[in-house]
Design a protein around this ligand. Sequence first.
Ligand code: NAD
Length: 252
Amino acid sequence: MADFSLTGKVALVTGATSGIGRRQALALAQAGAAVVLLGRREAQLQEAVAEIEAVKARAAALSADLSDRDQLPKLAERAMVPFGSIDILINAAGMNLRQPAVEITLESWDMTLNLNLAVPFFLARELIPAMEVNGWGRIINIASLQSSRAFPNGLAYGASKGGISQLTRAMAEAWSRHGITCNAIAPGFFPTELTAPVYKDPDQLDKLAAQTAIGRNGELSDLDGLTVFLASPASDYITGQIIHLDGGFTAK
Ligand code: NAD
């Protein structure tokens, strides 16, 4: 019988105040994990913690801004405090400025590449030594359709998401022998703050839904199964993979 239980495991989820990260934190908690939720917005963070506690699971808030890379070692230490360790890291914090090529500045480029690509690596690296001691760990990154496809105004975002796919493989190569797997979920279109500009346009949404094999865009609950699977011992032999969660968008 495959082991999908996360009882006794502790997860750290970034970007947990909204959207995909918040939903994934809840899914992990419902599968038995204690969850540390990292986010910048205090009120939303407390709401997300309360949502998890309401299903009789354990959660703790870690109020932090990921944009300062120098703070990541401290942040990793703070993340260990509530439940004593971190076994599972989900790098869900991300941004998409949707700038046309001419509007991209050095600052906006660096901000996007830093949050979407550098932070997942440098944060994970801080958590790896303790996972190595346990001989078990999970890193789950969030890729995108733009990991392999070009979308309008997606230059910096697409570069970061193409990068996260290869980073996922390279992290798997570096750490899987120590029992630490690294995989990425590549979502199709899901209703979140990040995709709000797309969701404002019903025609565009219909077109995107029609591009899937299933015939609809994603719902946050669609994330639950794959998230729990990749975080659990059931996926012990899966590493370095980018798994599309897109209703067949990339199959067509
Ligand atoms: P979202 O905006 O709801 O979530 C992103 C989160 O990251 C937010 O809570 C935001 O506050 C947080 N964040 C941004 N900058 C931060 C910082 N400096 N420090 C800490 N937190 C910060 O949008 P989402 O769609 O849930 O995005 C989550 C991930 O999923 C992102 O990596 C995104 O690229 C990816 N993704 C989303 C979709 C989709 O359809 N929604 C599709 C493909 C990939």
